[in-house]
Design a protein around this ligand. Structure first.
Ligand code: CMP
Length: 138
């Protein structure tokens, strides 16, 4: 079924000049862009977004990194969007990411891994609504 996922191009991807190439890969893979913005997370937003990882040892580092520069946030639509987007981006750790995936091509490390993809339909909805209001989704 057609459904949606949520993505962020993370600060390392922007800093390293990969924004255009990554957006192109996303469009080429058949995702429709329903919403998109260039923005920078506040510390409060990053803490809230990654709340599920609050007890992890890398939480502080993750929040610091995600607020270190601008990101691109987007809602994407496609058949089987959540699973297909996770296939397109590859494993969290770029060293384990399959050939031709976004993380294999552009991620620096497990922390600075270029791109986020929602892990379920439910989280896609929550994460999309966290960044976009109804009148910003087309
Ligand atoms: P993502 O899966 O998009 O969301 C959680 C993020 O936490 C993950 O991307 C990584 O950026 C980060 N992360 C996961 N594991 C580690 C780790 N071992 N060290 C540092 N950051 C991590």
């Amino acid at each position: 079924a057609t459904n949606r996922t949520f993505t962020m191009l993370k600060p390392d991807a922007i800093e390293n000049g990969h924004m255009g190439k990554i957006i192109d890969m996303i469009i080429e893979a058949g995702f429709d862009i329903k919403a998109m913005k260039y923005t920078r997370l506040t510390e409060e937003q990053a803490k809230k977004f990654y709340e599920v990882h609050a007890e992890r040892p890398f939480y502080g580092e993750l929040v610091e990194y995600m607020t270190s520069g601008p990101i691109v946030a987007a809602i994407l639509e496609k058949d089987n969007a959540v699973a297909d987007f996770r296939t397109l981006i590859g494993a969290t750790n770029p060293a384990e990411a399959a050939e031709g995936t976004i993380r294999q091509k552009y991620a620096e490390s497990i922390g600075r891994n270029a791109v986020h993809g929602s892990d379920s339909d439910e989280n896609a909805e929550i994460e999309g609504n966290f960044h976009f209001s109804a009148n910003e989704i087309f």
